[in-house]
Each structure stands twice: as C-alpha cells, then as structure tokens.
Design a protein around this ligand. Structure first.
Ligand code: PRP
Length: 177
C-alpha cells in the first residue's frame, strides 16, 4: 500500500507553491529585521520544524535558531488552553528580537500562552510567524505578523502537520477526509 493510500488526501498547496511562499516570507522578514539587532527564531516543537528549516534558509540576516517544546496536559487537545513546557529555550531572549515560528494557528490558545510566557522575559520585540492560519477557529485573538497561507476550517496534514504523527514529512499540504 502506498503511503497515505488508506486516507483520502486532497492537495491544497503544492511543494512549489509552499516553497515560493516561504521564499516571500523569508524576503519580508529579512527586510524587516535587517540591522535591527539580534534575532532569535523560536520554533515551537514539533510541527513547525519543517517550516523553520525552510524559512531559516531563506533569511539573509544572522539569527539564532532555538526551540520550545510544549504539550497540553494529559495529552488532551491544546484547545483546553493548558499548556506545559517540555523544553525551554536555551537562549536568553532579554533585549533581543524574537520571532515565534508556528506551523498553524488554530484556536490561538497555544500561542497566547507562549506569547505571555515569553513577554515576561523582556524581549526587545516579539512577533509571530505562522505557516498556516485558520482564523475561523480562533478562540483567543492573536496578532499574526507573518502568515504563509490562510485556510478555512479543515483538517490538514503535511509540511509538519500530522494525523496521529503521520504525514508530517509530506512536502505538500493536504486536506484529510
Ligand atoms: C499544533 C500547532 C500549534 C497548535 C495550534 O500543535 O503546532 O502549536 O497546535 O493550535 P491552537 O492555536 O489551537 O493552540 P500540536 O498540539 O498538534 O503539536 P505538534 O506540533 O507536536 O504536532
């Protein structure tokens, strides 16, 4: 059986579309942060890793790549809003520019928690860059500064997004039916 054959996957964004959009984001971020001081990219584990790798390759400014691990309590969906830090940053972000990288903003609860947490560490600036945004599912208002693609309320996989840990490594984004 071919990978993914047991699920019906409808491709929403091709590899080429994704790479073109990521290049545009990289260009915009490079322009905005050039000469602006130290930049820390904070990728939120685990889904954003694929996006973080591709985006960071498109930046033409120096940066530090760091990771933050989070998990919802008891493995329940993060939509309960209770988030636990499983891996904290290695970097001190005080007085530095922080760009949070996410694969998707859904309810906004995860980023709402992370934003508040990181703000207490006194960064020079804190912005959010998400590969996908699903504004229709938002519970908490989150300022999204950079966004790859906006989507309606769909179950999507690929490019870091999983279904029971599968499909993260797809180079496309697909809706799972
Ligand atoms: C996803 C995504 C965000 C969060 C967004 O993570 O990577 O962190 O959910 O949802 P929210 O806006 O409703 O809070 P997930 O819990 O699936 O973990 P993963 O990245 O390890 O797959």
């Amino acid at each position: 059986m071919k990978y993914g054959e047991e699920h019906h996957l409808k491709v929403l964004f091709t590899r080429e579309q994704i790479q073109a959009r990521v290049a545009q984001l990289g260009e915009a971020i490079t322009g905005d942060y050039r000469g602006a001081g130290e930049l820390i990219l904070v990728a939120v584990l685990r889904g954003s890793v694929y996006f973080a790798v591709d985006l960071s390759r498109r930046l033409e400014i120096p940066f530090v790549l760091d990771f933050m691990g989070i998990s919802s309590y008891g493995g329940v969906s993060a939509s309960h809003g209770i988030v636990r830090i499983t891996k904290d940053l290695d970097s001190n972000i005080a007085h530095k520019n922080v760009l949070l990288l996410e694969d998707i903003v859904d309810t906004g609860l995860t980023l709402n928690y992370l934003r508040r947490n990181l703000q207490t560490r006194n960064p020079a600036s804190l912005r959010i860059c998400t590969f996908l945004d699903m504004p229709a599912r938002r519970i908490v208002n989150i300022p999204v500064d950079y966004c790859g693609f906006t989507l309606p309320d769909l179950y999507v996989v690929g490019y870091g997004l999983d279904h029971h840990e599968r499909y993260r490594n797809l180079e496309v984004v697909a809706a799972l039916k």
